[in-house]
Design a protein around this ligand. Structure first.
Ligand code: NDP
Length: 481
């Protein structure tokens, strides 16, 4: 029987959202030469939050030129120790403004405040602190006695962790001595623009960080710009492939962090209650808008019925609704487009013969919502077992032996993450070795840390973000991954 909770909404008065925002180029906010603006909305209410500039070719050129000037004149000449001071200052400002940034993220993205406050923001600050620490120690990172920066980094990020993806990209780039032009996703530009304000507040030299808003076309112009030295992209595999084609034959260094279809594998000796929490965290965290989500649950046959019953019982206690309410577990789907994609794929699951289940779950009248959903009777051929749904939808398969679990887990074009639940340490090590996945969690899931490299195999992309390995992506050295 679920508990009743009184509403506990976080106040939104801590955030001042401007009615419109220009482009952050060369240290100031400027009007787009295209003259165009687009709306960004709160996906939980469909309320328009602000209008944001759409960067055209001339704006992209101006942003890259500003980044180049800042690189040549200031940032590449500055000592690592001085760069570190700026990055530390940014990290501290993020901590000071974390409540404001968490509310803004939740408003623009739809994720529960519990997550933006307790997961996204602490990790954002941690990434800047961690990389500030590296800025004056790069000669000890294992890339030779005097590793050099690359130049101007073009960075394109998605909407699922807007500020965290910015941190993953901007912090190592700056620490390694590069300047940045970053394009946030069309549906979630506001925290990147707040970050621009933080750069001003930190006194970061003009042009070291430039933020240009726009749609996919702006992203395309940015990554194809002839004067960028490095392209870093997180997003769909389809766009990642297009970027790889565009960059082929140029000298641009490229990292791609793309989709996933991770297996979360539960053996019969696993502590089932903990595993259930890990399964829930693995796929319903951030509405399943997580590239490394544990979207395929592989249950050992002998415990499948028991685990499924526990899982369903647990799902009836999840609370879907106002993302600003501190008791909310499942927030809004980020956009109507993403909702349509989830609906289309779940419909295909039913049409192909899988069995669909969701807890009784009242859906708000306005906004974009999808209840936590479980599919059983899933075969490996079903689309819901092969394609990234990027929503709160779990596909359950079963296995009998560890070998079968390995074969099923690796039977995917992706290779980003995997989870293993078992009491046996030797089995964890054996399984982890068999997984074709960049990240393998054991008896936990969706744990992130700036010291730990993150990245994929196969169609999940290449290059690593975070850790000492992630520095290599922003230095003029062989990529270690
Ligand atoms: P995209 O890959 O289209 O978007 C990611 C970023 O790339 C956004 O900033 C986007 O801009 C930009 N972009 C789009 N087209 C281009 C281009 N040709 N060149 C350069 N940049 C471009 O993902 P979507 O938002 O469309 O999501 C589609 C699907 O991708 C999801 O359903 C999900 O399955 C998957 N996805 C995976 C993510 C991951 O982390 N692995 C993250 C996001 C999505 P804009 O937003 O303005 O279009």
């Amino acid at each position: 029987m679920p508990f009743d909770y009184a509403p506990a909404p976080e106040s939104r008065s801590i955030v001042d959202i401007e009615s419109n925002y220009g482009l952050f180029i060369g240290g100031s906010f400027i009007e787009p030469t295209s003259g165009g603006f687009f709306k960004t909305i709160n996906p939980a209410t469909e309320e328009v939050l602000s209008e944001v500039a759409e960067a055209g070719q001339a704006d992209v050129d101006a942003a890259v030129a500003a980044a180049r000037r800042a690189y040549d004149k200031t940032w590449s000449k500055m000592s690592g120790k001085d760069r570190a001071k700026y990055i530390f200052r940014i990290a501290r400002l993020i901590q000071e403004r974390s409540r404001e940034l968490a509310v803004l993220e939740t408003l623009d993205n739809g994720k529960p405040i519990r997550e933006s406050r307790d997961v996204d923001l602490p990790l954002v600050a941690a990434h800047f602190f961690y990389h500030a620490g590296w800025a004056d120690k790069l000669e000890f990172a294992g890339y030779g006695p005097d590793p050099k920066s690359l130049g101007v980094a073009a960075q394109v990020i998605p909407w699922n962790f807007p500020l965290l993806m910015l941190a993953w990209k901007v912090a190592p780039a700056l620490a390694c001595g590069n300047t940045v032009v970053l394009k946030p996703a069309e549906t979630t530009p506001l925290t990147a623009l707040a970050f621009a304000d933080i750069c001003q507040q930190a006194g970061l030299p003009p042009g070291v960080v430039n933020i240009i808003t726009g749609a996919g076309e702006t992203g395309r112009m940015l990554v194809e710009h002839p004067d960028v030295d490095k392209v870093a992209f997180t997003g769909s595999t389809e766009v990642g492939k297009a970027i790889q084609r565009a960059v082929a034959g140029t000298k641009k260094k490229l990292t791609l962090e793309l989709g996933g279809k991770a297996a979360n594998i539960v053996f019969d000796d696993a502590p089932i209650d903990q595993a259930i929490e890990g399964i829930v965290n693995g796929i319903y965290f951030n509405q399943g808008h997580v590239c490394c989500a544990g979207s395929r649950l592989l249950l050992q046959e002998s415990v499948a019925d028991e685990a499924l019953a526990s899982l369903k019982r647990r799902l009836t206690t999840l609370r879907l609704g106002d993302p600003l309410d501190k008791n909310t577990d499942i927030g809004a789907i980020n956009s109507s487009m993403q909702l349509s994609k989830i609906e289309e794929l779940t419909a295909s699951g039913e049409a192909e013969g899988a069995e669909r289940w969701s807890p009784t779950c009242p859906i708000p009248d306005k906004g974009f919502w999808f209840p936590p959903t479980v599919f059983t009777n899933v075969t490996q051929a079903h689309r819901i077992a092969r394609e990234e749904i990027f929503g709160p939808v779990l596909s359950v398969l079963t296995f009998r032996t560890p070998e079968e679990a390995v074969a099923k887990a690796n039977n995917t074009p992706f290779g980003l993450s995997a989870g293993i639940w078992t009491e046996k340490g030797s089995r964890i090590l054996w399984m982890a070795n068999q997984m074709r996945a960049g990240i393998v969690w054991a008896n936990t899931f969706n744990r992130f840390d700036p010291t730990s490299p993150f990245g994929g195999f196969k169609e999940s992309g290449f290059g690593r973000e975070g850790g000492v390995q992630g520095l290599g992506a922003y230095l003029n050295v062989e990529d270690p991954s």
